[in-house]
Write a protein that binds this ligand. Structure first.
Ligand SMILES: C[S@@+](CC[C@H](N)C(=O)[O-])C[C@H]1O[C@@H](n2cnc3c(N)ncnc32)[C@H](O)[C@@H]1O
Length: 418
Protein backbone atom coordinates (compact mmCIF):
# COMPACT_ATOMS: atom_id res chain seq x y z
CA UNK A 1 0.00 0.00 0.00
CA UNK A 2 1.14 3.60 -0.53
CA UNK A 3 2.54 5.18 2.62
CA UNK A 4 -0.18 6.92 4.59
CA UNK A 5 1.86 9.92 5.50
CA UNK A 6 -0.84 11.70 7.50
CA UNK A 7 -0.41 11.72 11.30
CA UNK A 8 -0.38 10.01 13.69
CA UNK A 9 2.55 8.38 11.97
CA UNK A 10 1.97 4.86 10.74
CA UNK A 11 4.20 2.13 11.97
CA UNK A 12 7.41 1.97 10.00
CA UNK A 13 7.28 5.61 8.84
CA UNK A 14 10.82 6.31 10.04
CA UNK A 15 12.16 3.15 8.44
CA UNK A 16 10.41 3.97 5.16
CA UNK A 17 11.93 7.44 5.14
CA UNK A 18 15.39 5.99 5.85
CA UNK A 19 14.93 3.59 2.95
CA UNK A 20 13.94 6.40 0.60
CA UNK A 21 17.11 8.29 1.49
CA UNK A 22 19.31 5.52 0.05
CA UNK A 23 20.42 5.50 -3.62
CA UNK A 24 17.79 2.84 -4.39
CA UNK A 25 15.18 4.95 -2.63
CA UNK A 26 16.13 8.02 -4.67
CA UNK A 27 15.72 6.03 -7.89
CA UNK A 28 12.34 4.71 -6.70
CA UNK A 29 11.19 8.22 -5.85
CA UNK A 30 12.29 9.53 -9.22
CA UNK A 31 10.35 6.84 -11.03
CA UNK A 32 7.29 7.31 -8.79
CA UNK A 33 7.37 11.07 -9.38
CA UNK A 34 7.52 10.59 -13.14
CA UNK A 35 4.56 8.18 -12.95
CA UNK A 36 2.54 10.73 -10.94
CA UNK A 37 3.49 13.48 -13.34
CA UNK A 38 2.31 11.34 -16.24
CA UNK A 39 -1.03 10.87 -14.45
CA UNK A 40 -0.65 7.10 -14.02
CA UNK A 41 -3.27 5.79 -11.57
CA UNK A 42 -2.41 4.24 -8.23
CA UNK A 43 -2.86 0.57 -9.19
CA UNK A 44 -0.88 0.76 -12.42
CA UNK A 45 1.71 3.01 -10.73
CA UNK A 46 2.27 0.59 -7.87
CA UNK A 47 2.44 -2.38 -10.23
CA UNK A 48 5.11 -0.69 -12.28
CA UNK A 49 7.03 0.37 -9.17
CA UNK A 50 6.88 -3.08 -7.57
CA UNK A 51 8.18 -4.65 -10.77
CA UNK A 52 11.03 -2.14 -11.04
CA UNK A 53 12.11 -1.24 -7.47
CA UNK A 54 10.56 -4.00 -5.36
CA UNK A 55 7.60 -4.18 -3.02
CA UNK A 56 9.35 -2.62 -0.03
CA UNK A 57 10.14 0.66 -1.78
CA UNK A 58 7.08 0.85 -4.04
CA UNK A 59 4.48 2.03 -1.48
CA UNK A 60 6.59 4.63 0.32
CA UNK A 61 7.97 5.99 -2.96
CA UNK A 62 4.44 6.36 -4.35
CA UNK A 63 3.25 8.19 -1.19
CA UNK A 64 6.15 10.66 -1.02
CA UNK A 65 6.11 11.23 -4.79
CA UNK A 66 2.42 12.10 -4.64
CA UNK A 67 3.20 14.84 -2.11
CA UNK A 68 6.14 16.12 -4.15
CA UNK A 69 3.85 16.62 -7.11
CA UNK A 70 1.26 18.27 -4.85
CA UNK A 71 3.93 20.60 -3.43
CA UNK A 72 5.15 21.81 -6.84
CA UNK A 73 2.82 24.84 -7.21
CA UNK A 74 4.09 26.23 -3.90
CA UNK A 75 7.66 24.92 -3.66
CA UNK A 76 8.62 25.00 -7.33
CA UNK A 77 11.86 23.23 -8.17
CA UNK A 78 12.51 22.32 -4.51
CA UNK A 79 9.35 20.19 -4.41
CA UNK A 80 10.97 17.34 -6.33
CA UNK A 81 13.71 17.08 -3.72
CA UNK A 82 11.64 17.52 -0.55
CA UNK A 83 10.41 14.81 1.79
CA UNK A 84 6.95 15.82 3.02
CA UNK A 85 4.02 14.16 4.70
CA UNK A 86 0.40 15.25 4.32
CA UNK A 87 0.58 16.99 7.70
CA UNK A 88 3.90 18.72 7.20
CA UNK A 89 2.89 19.92 3.74
CA UNK A 90 -0.29 21.38 5.24
CA UNK A 91 1.69 23.06 8.03
CA UNK A 92 4.37 24.46 5.76
CA UNK A 93 4.11 28.14 4.87
CA UNK A 94 4.92 29.56 1.47
CA UNK A 95 8.69 29.58 0.87
CA UNK A 96 8.71 33.19 -0.36
CA UNK A 97 7.07 34.31 2.88
CA UNK A 98 9.41 32.14 4.96
CA UNK A 99 12.31 33.84 3.15
CA UNK A 100 10.85 37.27 3.90
CA UNK A 101 10.44 36.42 7.59
CA UNK A 102 13.95 34.99 7.80
CA UNK A 103 15.45 38.08 6.18
CA UNK A 104 13.63 40.45 8.54
CA UNK A 105 14.54 38.43 11.61
CA UNK A 106 18.24 38.26 10.70
CA UNK A 107 18.39 41.92 9.70
CA UNK A 108 16.92 42.92 13.06
CA UNK A 109 19.35 40.68 14.93
CA UNK A 110 22.34 42.15 13.10
CA UNK A 111 25.80 40.80 13.93
CA UNK A 112 24.59 39.55 17.31
CA UNK A 113 22.64 36.77 15.65
CA UNK A 114 24.47 33.94 13.98
CA UNK A 115 22.23 31.10 15.07
CA UNK A 116 18.47 30.75 15.15
CA UNK A 117 16.40 28.15 16.99
CA UNK A 118 13.48 26.84 14.93
CA UNK A 119 11.25 25.62 17.75
CA UNK A 120 9.03 23.03 16.07
CA UNK A 121 10.63 22.51 12.67
CA UNK A 122 8.13 19.99 11.15
CA UNK A 123 9.55 19.21 7.69
CA UNK A 124 11.93 22.15 7.98
CA UNK A 125 10.57 24.71 5.57
CA UNK A 126 11.35 27.58 7.98
CA UNK A 127 14.70 25.99 8.79
CA UNK A 128 15.51 25.93 5.07
CA UNK A 129 14.60 29.62 4.66
CA UNK A 130 16.71 30.60 7.67
CA UNK A 131 19.69 28.58 6.47
CA UNK A 132 19.37 30.04 2.98
CA UNK A 133 19.31 33.52 4.52
CA UNK A 134 22.71 32.73 6.03
CA UNK A 135 21.87 31.60 9.57
CA UNK A 136 23.03 28.53 11.41
CA UNK A 137 19.87 26.81 12.54
CA UNK A 138 19.08 24.61 15.50
CA UNK A 139 16.01 22.73 14.28
CA UNK A 140 14.05 21.33 17.21
CA UNK A 141 11.00 19.10 17.25
CA UNK A 142 9.35 16.68 19.66
CA UNK A 143 8.32 14.49 16.74
CA UNK A 144 10.99 12.05 15.51
CA UNK A 145 9.52 11.88 11.99
CA UNK A 146 9.58 15.70 11.75
CA UNK A 147 13.25 15.65 12.72
CA UNK A 148 14.06 13.03 10.11
CA UNK A 149 12.14 14.94 7.45
CA UNK A 150 14.04 18.13 8.28
CA UNK A 151 17.36 16.27 8.23
CA UNK A 152 16.47 14.72 4.86
CA UNK A 153 15.34 18.05 3.42
CA UNK A 154 18.34 20.12 4.45
CA UNK A 155 20.59 17.38 3.08
CA UNK A 156 18.65 17.24 -0.19
CA UNK A 157 18.96 21.02 -0.59
CA UNK A 158 22.66 21.17 0.31
CA UNK A 159 22.13 23.01 3.60
CA UNK A 160 23.09 20.27 6.07
CA UNK A 161 26.33 21.98 7.10
CA UNK A 162 24.34 24.88 8.56
CA UNK A 163 21.60 22.97 10.33
CA UNK A 164 21.60 20.88 13.51
CA UNK A 165 18.46 18.82 14.02
CA UNK A 166 17.76 17.91 17.65
CA UNK A 167 15.02 16.42 19.81
CA UNK A 168 13.61 18.89 22.31
CA UNK A 169 10.51 20.33 23.91
CA UNK A 170 10.03 23.99 23.04
CA UNK A 171 8.10 24.57 26.27
CA UNK A 172 11.09 23.52 28.34
CA UNK A 173 13.63 25.28 26.15
CA UNK A 174 11.72 28.57 26.31
CA UNK A 175 11.21 28.26 30.07
CA UNK A 176 14.99 27.89 30.40
CA UNK A 177 15.79 30.81 28.05
CA UNK A 178 18.17 33.39 29.59
CA UNK A 179 20.02 36.52 28.52
CA UNK A 180 17.96 36.95 25.35
CA UNK A 181 18.90 33.46 24.12
CA UNK A 182 17.07 30.19 23.79
CA UNK A 183 19.00 26.92 23.44
CA UNK A 184 22.14 29.09 23.03
CA UNK A 185 20.64 30.84 20.01
CA UNK A 186 20.18 34.62 19.95
CA UNK A 187 17.06 34.39 17.78
CA UNK A 188 14.09 32.09 17.47
CA UNK A 189 11.24 31.12 15.22
CA UNK A 190 8.15 29.54 16.74
CA UNK A 191 5.30 28.18 14.67
CA UNK A 192 3.02 26.33 17.08
CA UNK A 193 0.93 23.41 15.81
CA UNK A 194 -2.59 24.85 15.57
CA UNK A 195 -4.43 21.73 14.40
CA UNK A 196 -5.21 18.43 16.07
CA UNK A 197 -7.07 15.47 14.58
CA UNK A 198 -7.55 17.42 11.34
CA UNK A 199 -9.28 20.32 13.14
CA UNK A 200 -8.22 23.87 13.80
CA UNK A 201 -7.54 24.66 17.44
CA UNK A 202 -9.21 28.02 17.93
CA UNK A 203 -8.06 28.40 21.51
CA UNK A 204 -4.36 29.45 21.55
CA UNK A 205 -3.99 27.83 24.97
CA UNK A 206 -4.46 24.50 23.19
CA UNK A 207 -1.80 25.07 20.54
CA UNK A 208 1.41 23.10 20.82
CA UNK A 209 3.44 24.73 22.26
CA UNK A 210 0.64 26.69 23.98
CA UNK A 211 0.08 30.44 24.15
CA UNK A 212 1.95 30.72 27.48
CA UNK A 213 5.13 29.61 25.65
CA UNK A 214 4.50 32.15 22.87
CA UNK A 215 4.32 34.98 25.43
CA UNK A 216 7.28 33.60 27.34
CA UNK A 217 9.40 33.48 24.20
CA UNK A 218 8.43 37.03 23.19
CA UNK A 219 9.37 38.18 26.70
CA UNK A 220 12.66 36.34 26.92
CA UNK A 221 14.09 36.38 23.39
CA UNK A 222 13.75 39.80 21.70
CA UNK A 223 14.82 38.59 18.24
CA UNK A 224 11.85 36.35 17.61
CA UNK A 225 9.19 35.62 15.00
CA UNK A 226 6.07 33.73 16.02
CA UNK A 227 3.50 32.49 13.55
CA UNK A 228 -0.03 32.68 14.94
CA UNK A 229 -3.55 32.04 13.68
CA UNK A 230 -4.91 34.90 11.54
CA UNK A 231 -7.95 35.01 13.82
CA UNK A 232 -5.83 35.91 16.86
CA UNK A 233 -7.54 38.39 19.13
CA UNK A 234 -5.74 41.77 19.25
CA UNK A 235 -6.15 41.77 23.02
CA UNK A 236 -3.71 38.89 23.23
CA UNK A 237 -0.87 40.73 21.49
CA UNK A 238 1.60 41.71 24.22
CA UNK A 239 2.62 45.34 24.69
CA UNK A 240 5.54 46.36 22.45
CA UNK A 241 5.03 43.42 20.11
CA UNK A 242 4.25 44.11 16.44
CA UNK A 243 1.50 42.01 14.93
CA UNK A 244 1.50 41.58 11.16
CA UNK A 245 -1.14 40.08 8.90
CA UNK A 246 -0.09 39.00 5.41
CA UNK A 247 -2.42 38.44 2.47
CA UNK A 248 -1.55 37.07 -0.95
CA UNK A 249 -3.93 37.80 -3.84
CA UNK A 250 -6.71 38.79 -1.45
CA UNK A 251 -6.52 35.91 1.03
CA UNK A 252 -4.89 35.97 4.44
CA UNK A 253 -1.99 33.55 4.46
CA UNK A 254 -0.29 34.22 7.75
CA UNK A 255 -0.20 36.29 10.90
CA UNK A 256 2.99 37.01 12.80
CA UNK A 257 4.10 38.40 16.12
CA UNK A 258 7.53 39.98 16.12
CA UNK A 259 9.79 40.06 19.17
CA UNK A 260 10.52 43.47 20.68
CA UNK A 261 13.94 43.81 18.99
CA UNK A 262 12.29 43.28 15.60
CA UNK A 263 9.02 45.16 16.13
CA UNK A 264 8.99 48.62 14.64
CA UNK A 265 5.27 49.47 14.60
CA UNK A 266 2.02 48.59 16.41
CA UNK A 267 0.42 46.74 13.51
CA UNK A 268 1.36 45.97 9.92
CA UNK A 269 -0.79 44.79 7.01
CA UNK A 270 1.26 43.28 4.21
CA UNK A 271 -0.64 42.93 0.96
CA UNK A 272 1.12 40.82 -1.65
CA UNK A 273 -0.18 41.29 -5.18
CA UNK A 274 0.67 39.90 -8.58
CA UNK A 275 1.22 42.61 -11.14
CA UNK A 276 2.84 43.02 -14.55
CA UNK A 277 6.21 43.50 -12.83
CA UNK A 278 5.81 40.31 -10.76
CA UNK A 279 4.96 40.06 -7.09
CA UNK A 280 4.88 43.20 -4.99
CA UNK A 281 4.40 43.49 -1.24
CA UNK A 282 2.64 46.68 -0.04
CA UNK A 283 2.82 47.49 3.65
CA UNK A 284 0.38 49.60 5.65
CA UNK A 285 1.54 50.32 9.19
CA UNK A 286 0.47 52.22 12.30
CA UNK A 287 2.51 53.12 15.38
CA UNK A 288 -0.61 53.09 17.54
CA UNK A 289 -4.26 52.06 17.28
CA UNK A 290 -5.71 54.44 14.65
CA UNK A 291 -9.28 53.91 15.92
CA UNK A 292 -12.40 53.67 13.77
CA UNK A 293 -13.06 55.35 10.45
CA UNK A 294 -16.01 57.78 10.37
CA UNK A 295 -19.35 56.54 9.02
CA UNK A 296 -21.32 58.19 6.21
CA UNK A 297 -23.99 57.57 3.57
CA UNK A 298 -23.31 55.28 0.61
CA UNK A 299 -21.66 57.22 -2.20
CA UNK A 300 -20.83 56.33 -5.80
CA UNK A 301 -18.13 53.75 -5.01
CA UNK A 302 -17.87 50.90 -2.54
CA UNK A 303 -14.44 49.70 -1.42
CA UNK A 304 -13.80 46.28 0.02
CA UNK A 305 -10.66 46.38 2.17
CA UNK A 306 -8.11 43.62 1.81
CA UNK A 307 -8.45 41.08 4.65
CA UNK A 308 -4.94 41.88 5.93
CA UNK A 309 -5.99 45.54 6.31
CA UNK A 310 -9.14 44.49 8.15
CA UNK A 311 -7.50 41.93 10.44
CA UNK A 312 -4.67 44.31 11.36
CA UNK A 313 -7.18 46.95 12.49
CA UNK A 314 -6.01 49.48 9.90
CA UNK A 315 -9.22 50.12 7.92
CA UNK A 316 -9.34 53.71 9.18
CA UNK A 317 -5.89 54.40 7.67
CA UNK A 318 -7.07 53.14 4.30
CA UNK A 319 -10.25 55.23 4.70
CA UNK A 320 -8.26 58.38 5.40
CA UNK A 321 -6.03 57.76 2.37
CA UNK A 322 -9.09 57.32 0.11
CA UNK A 323 -11.20 60.05 1.73
CA UNK A 324 -13.73 57.30 2.36
CA UNK A 325 -16.19 56.56 5.16
CA UNK A 326 -17.68 53.34 6.54
CA UNK A 327 -21.18 52.40 5.36
CA UNK A 328 -21.91 51.17 8.88
CA UNK A 329 -19.87 51.54 12.07
CA UNK A 330 -19.70 47.76 12.50
CA UNK A 331 -18.92 46.73 8.91
CA UNK A 332 -15.63 46.94 7.03
CA UNK A 333 -17.00 48.36 3.76
CA UNK A 334 -15.89 51.83 2.75
CA UNK A 335 -17.53 54.28 0.41
CA UNK A 336 -16.35 57.37 -1.44
CA UNK A 337 -16.96 59.41 -4.59
CA UNK A 338 -14.21 57.85 -6.68
CA UNK A 339 -12.70 54.48 -7.50
CA UNK A 340 -9.49 53.77 -5.64
CA UNK A 341 -6.21 52.82 -7.26
CA UNK A 342 -4.92 51.33 -4.05
CA UNK A 343 -3.60 47.99 -2.84
CA UNK A 344 -5.69 48.30 0.33
CA UNK A 345 -9.11 47.94 -1.31
CA UNK A 346 -11.03 46.61 -4.30
CA UNK A 347 -13.51 49.15 -5.67
CA UNK A 348 -17.01 48.59 -7.05
CA UNK A 349 -19.18 51.22 -8.73
CA UNK A 350 -22.48 51.44 -6.86
CA UNK A 351 -25.45 51.73 -9.24
CA UNK A 352 -28.40 51.01 -6.96
CA UNK A 353 -28.94 50.92 -3.21
CA UNK A 354 -32.10 49.18 -1.96
CA UNK A 355 -33.39 47.64 1.26
CA UNK A 356 -32.59 43.91 1.05
CA UNK A 357 -35.59 42.20 -0.59
CA UNK A 358 -35.20 39.17 -2.84
CA UNK A 359 -38.20 39.93 -5.05
CA UNK A 360 -37.23 43.55 -5.67
CA UNK A 361 -33.63 42.62 -6.26
CA UNK A 362 -34.61 39.98 -8.80
CA UNK A 363 -36.92 42.39 -10.60
CA UNK A 364 -34.23 45.06 -10.78
CA UNK A 365 -31.64 42.64 -12.18
CA UNK A 366 -34.07 41.26 -14.78
CA UNK A 367 -35.01 44.77 -15.89
CA UNK A 368 -31.31 45.51 -16.48
CA UNK A 369 -30.61 42.28 -18.38
CA UNK A 370 -28.42 40.79 -15.66
CA UNK A 371 -28.34 36.99 -15.66
CA UNK A 372 -25.15 36.25 -13.69
CA UNK A 373 -24.51 37.70 -10.28
CA UNK A 374 -21.55 37.63 -7.94
CA UNK A 375 -22.74 38.00 -4.37
CA UNK A 376 -20.60 39.47 -1.62
CA UNK A 377 -21.72 39.89 1.92
CA UNK A 378 -20.62 41.31 5.22
CA UNK A 379 -22.80 41.55 8.31
CA UNK A 380 -25.55 39.40 6.80
CA UNK A 381 -26.57 35.77 7.34
CA UNK A 382 -27.31 35.09 3.64
CA UNK A 383 -25.39 32.35 1.82
CA UNK A 384 -23.72 34.11 -1.13
CA UNK A 385 -23.79 31.08 -3.43
CA UNK A 386 -27.41 30.32 -2.67
CA UNK A 387 -28.43 33.94 -3.29
CA UNK A 388 -26.41 34.04 -6.53
CA UNK A 389 -28.31 30.94 -7.67
CA UNK A 390 -31.65 32.51 -6.76
CA UNK A 391 -30.77 35.68 -8.64
CA UNK A 392 -29.65 33.90 -11.81
CA UNK A 393 -31.70 34.83 -14.84
CA UNK A 394 -31.80 34.72 -18.63
CA UNK A 395 -29.94 38.02 -19.11
CA UNK A 396 -26.53 38.13 -20.79
CA UNK A 397 -24.92 40.66 -18.44
CA UNK A 398 -23.35 40.28 -15.04
CA UNK A 399 -23.23 42.39 -11.89
CA UNK A 400 -22.09 42.27 -8.28
CA UNK A 401 -24.59 42.37 -5.45
CA UNK A 402 -23.24 43.33 -2.05
CA UNK A 403 -25.48 42.40 0.86
CA UNK A 404 -24.62 44.25 4.03
CA UNK A 405 -25.91 46.60 6.69
CA UNK A 406 -26.07 50.29 6.00
CA UNK A 407 -26.65 52.39 9.10
CA UNK A 408 -27.91 49.21 10.79
CA UNK A 409 -30.39 48.21 8.04
CA UNK A 410 -30.07 45.11 5.79
CA UNK A 411 -29.23 46.57 2.39
CA UNK A 412 -28.33 45.41 -1.11
CA UNK A 413 -25.86 47.46 -3.14
CA UNK A 414 -26.00 46.59 -6.82
CA UNK A 415 -22.65 47.26 -8.44
CA UNK A 416 -21.32 47.25 -11.98
CA UNK A 417 -24.67 47.18 -13.76
CA UNK A 418 -24.47 47.26 -17.56
C1 LIG B 1 3.04 24.12 12.52
S1 LIG B 1 4.33 22.98 12.62
C2 LIG B 1 5.74 23.91 12.15
C3 LIG B 1 5.84 24.11 10.67
C4 LIG B 1 7.17 24.65 10.23
N1 LIG B 1 7.45 25.96 10.78
C5 LIG B 1 7.27 24.75 8.71
O1 LIG B 1 7.48 25.83 8.19
O2 LIG B 1 7.12 23.71 8.05
C6 LIG B 1 4.54 22.76 14.34
C7 LIG B 1 5.63 21.76 14.74
O3 LIG B 1 5.87 21.92 16.13
C8 LIG B 1 6.11 20.66 16.71
N2 LIG B 1 5.83 20.78 18.13
C9 LIG B 1 4.64 20.85 18.76
N3 LIG B 1 4.80 21.00 20.08
C10 LIG B 1 6.14 21.05 20.29
C11 LIG B 1 6.94 21.21 21.45
N4 LIG B 1 6.39 21.36 22.64
N5 LIG B 1 8.27 21.22 21.28
C12 LIG B 1 8.85 21.08 20.07
N6 LIG B 1 8.13 20.91 18.95
C13 LIG B 1 6.80 20.91 19.06
C14 LIG B 1 5.19 19.71 15.98
O4 LIG B 1 5.66 18.39 16.07
C15 LIG B 1 5.23 20.29 14.55
O5 LIG B 1 6.22 19.64 13.81
Amino acid sequence: MPADTSGPHPEGALEQLALLRTAEGAAALELATSLHTAGVDVLAGLDRLRATVGAELAGPAWGYARLRVRARPVFGADADRLFLTTDTLEQAGRPELAARRAARLLAAGGDEVDSVADLGCAAGTDTIALARAGASVLAVDVDPLARELTAANVEALGLADRVWVVAGDAVELVAAARGGEVANCAAAVLDPARRAGGRRLLDPDRWSPPWSTVVDLLDRVPVTAVKVAPGLDHDRVPEGVEAEWVSVRGSIVEALLWGRAVSSVWRRATVVQDGPAGRTAHELTADADPGHAPTGPVRGWLHEPDPAVIRSGLVSLAAAELEATLVDPTIAYLTSDAPADSPWVTSYRVDEVLPFNLKKLKALLRSRGVGRVTVKKRGSAIEPEELARQLRGPGESSATVVVTRVAGKPTALVCGLP
